[in-house]
Ligand binder design. Sequence first.
Ligand SMILES: [Zn+2]
Length: 230
Amino acid sequence: MIHEILPVGILQCNCSILGDEGSRTAIVVDPGDNIAEILDILERHHLRVAYIVVTHAHVDHIGGAKKLKDLTGAPVYLNESDLEIYGMLGEQARWIGIPPPEKTAIDVLLRDGDLIECGQIQATVLHTPGHTQGSVCLLIRDSGLGVRDSGAGTRVASRESRIPTLLAGDTLFRDSIGRTDLPGGNYPQIIRSIHEKLLPLDDATLVVPGHGPLTTIGRERERNPFLQMV
Ligand SMILES: [Zn+2]
């Protein structure tokens, strides 16, 4: 599996490009912005986008979805419970001082347990409400060969194959969790989601948060200050 992580937009959302080397098809997760750079990466690996998956409908994660869909024809996937905040895209853009991006139709509604297959890549959808009501994580199992950073090149250089990868959106960060003070946020709920859906995963699971540095499930179970309370 090809996995490129590109921080996009002023909030530096981690956009993941997951490419299947056999079928040359890709899943693009959280194309918040910098669509030209995302297209460059796809072209460099000779990949065609099969899925545009959005972990939640905050503008820094979904802002470029329409542009990417218009340019590639790929369908956009989002959990139903975030349609309401997707409707507030213009307002969200004002909060962070960027021009409001255009909205697109959501083609497929993601549900807990859905399996997204892209060649050899199998991504399972975990519904993890709390940061927003429709927040999801993607668990990619047995996914292959290595992580390559396309940005500053400072993160993970390589990893063992067979280690699962979790694209955590804004649910779990290294040493932190997603904020819950925005519309749709709920603190007890995000804690519950992490305990019920994420901490049971294997310690070695590589976590790619929606922002900032990578981590693992084991590290966060042991050291994340928000997860130490019983
Ligand atoms: Zn967010």
